[in-house]
Design a protein around this ligand. Structure first.
Ligand code: DOR
Ligand code: ZN
Ligand code: ZN
Length: 473
């Protein structure tokens, strides 16, 4: 394949050049490459060529949650959103907490996935042996620990278990959902008052119930029959202190154990200040998710439970700090936290509605729009959403447009616009918190391993085009 006349977004900046691709790899990059019999030539005049995005934080569901998403629909959404590699989170049902579950996921992904895929393995209160096996499995990117409860059944709220996982899991990153469970419980009680009490959600019992529960978003445990509760309370319960406490504890324990930690979906200034100060002492990285940059807390009023997400949407001033941190390098990477739930679940009362929103189809578009508004440069975007995750997880052949790298690319038109409409999304849940937004920018083509995988609105990839990612073992 030959891609002609595009503007390449490389780590050295923008460069007008042609790309010659052979056997799935970038073979040559030069100002002008004559057609040497390539079976396909793409004219990229007026387009920017970026490395394929790598999203290390997606919830692809499948198994008991096929109605929400599966590896086929989720990876279709990825390709439509310029994402060529995804790493699945373990908190779905089937949870990825044993080697047996991992094997089942690998099998299903191999039969359904349209882009490259890998797995984050889930920590439980006692799966240390399984985690040590996962550590040396090349399909596993990391160990994910939920310090606070969220959607799904994973929670490590016991210090001994948390500490032991940090001591044991060495060599690959440990990803943290950093919200402090005890603080969540405390603020739930404070803000839900009688509702909370009427359900007996308190301290020890609720914690162990939560551990046992199969579908545990703590909110699901409550009885909402009393009076409707506004989704706006979510930000008060899971307030910035909840995140700060967990990050602070994680940093202290990482320093003692020498663990390499990665804070998922940072959403507050306090977390970033702690992370920044800790960089001198420990190996620590962090990611931000699109909803924490593009949607402020007022969306909880506009969208109700559709805006319910953990951690919750924050204030405009927190968001301004996040953008500045993103530009100045205080945030290492972008990861979407694509978390599809059905409309009918989101329409339930606040306490029963699950947290999370779909992002894969739309994230790159929103960031292209941010580029058009000068909130970010294209090289910064390529670094944050492709090169940095490739580096953190040790994907040597990905994350950059350079000779020898895998030909995973995305061609975008910054002069064109895209209106976000749910009927155009590939995620099975078919709704978006960004519905109706017109983004400056259009994803024209996604190229996966040297083949056109998405072309102006259509997914062309076939099963088998994407492959299992290989992480350092
Ligand atoms: O809002 C969220 N949804 N946060 C999480 O941590 C999990 C996710 C999900 O799986 O739905
Ligand atoms: Zn999370
Ligand atoms: Zn998540």
């Amino acid at each position: 394949m030959l891609i002609k006349n595009g503007t390449l977004v490389t780590s050295k900046g923008l460069q007008k050049a042609d790309i010659y691709i052979e056997l799935g790899k970038i073979r040559e990059i030069k100002k002008t490459i004559s057609n040497k019999g390539a079976e396909k030539t793409i004219d990229a005049t007026g387009l920017h060529v970026l490395p394929g995005m790598i999203d290390s934080h997606v919830h692809l569901r499948d198994f008991k949650e096929v109605l929400k998403e599966d590896f086929f629909s989720g990876t279709s959404a990825a390709l439509a959103g310029g994402v060529t590699s995804v790493i699945d989170m373990p908190n779905n049902s089937l949870p990825t907490i044993s080697m047996e579950a991992l094997a089942a996921k690998k099998y299903v992904a191999s039969k359904k996935a349209l882009c490259n895929y890998g797995f984050n393995f889930g920590a439980t209160l006692n799966n240390f042996e399984e985690a040590s096996k996962a550590l040396v499995d090349t399909s596993v990117a990391s160990l994910k620990i939920y310090m606070g409860s969220s959607t799904g059944s994973l929670l490590v709220d016991d210090f001994s278990a948390f500490y032991k996982h940090l001591q044991n899991f060495k060599g690959k990153p440990i990803l943290l959902h950093a919200e402090d469970e005890h603080a969540i419980r405390h603020f739930s009680k404070q803000h839900l008052g009688e509702n909370q009490k009427s359900n007996g959600i308190d301290s020890q019992n609720s914690l162990s119930d939560a551990r046992k529960s199969q579908n545990m978003d703590i909110d699901l445990q409550a009885d909402s029959s009393k009076k409707p509760i506004s989704a706006q309370v979510h930000g008060k319960i899971r307030n910035s202190h909840v995140a700060e406490l967990a990050v602070s504890r994680a940093i202290s324990s990482a320093q003692k154990t020498n663990a390499k930690i990665h804070i998922c979906h940072v959403s507050t200034q306090k977390e970033l200040e702690l992370i920044h100060a800790a960089r001198k002492k420990i190996k620590i990285t962090c990611e931000v998710s699109p909803h924490h940059l593009f949607l402020d807390e007022s969306y909880a009023k506009k969208l109700g439970n559709y805006a319910k997400v953990n951690p919750p949407l924050r204030s405009k001033s927190e968001i301004a700090y996040l953008w500045q941190a993103l530009r100045s390098g205080k945030i290492d990477m972008i990861a979407t936290d694509h978390a599809p739930h059905l409309r009918e679940e989101k329409e339930l009362p606040y306490l029963q509605a699950p947290s999370g929103m779909p992002e894969l189809d739309t994230a790159l578009l929103l960031f292209l729009d941010a580029v058009s508004k000068k909130q970010l440069s294209l090289p910064q975007l390529a670094n944050l959403y492709s090169k940095a995750p490739a580096k953190l997880f040790g994907l040597k052949n990905k994350g950059e447009i350079a000779v020898g790298k895998d030909a995973d690319l995305v061609l975008v038109n910054l002069k064109s616009k895209t209106k976000i409409k749910s009927e155009n999304l590939f995620t099975k849940c078919h709704w978006s918190a960004y519905e109706g937004i017109t983004a400056n920018g259009k994803i024209m083509k996604t190229i996966l391993g040297g083949k056109i995988a998405f072309d102006e609105g259509s997914v062309l990839a076939r099963i088998g085009d994407g492959t299992e990612l290989k992480f350092r073992a």
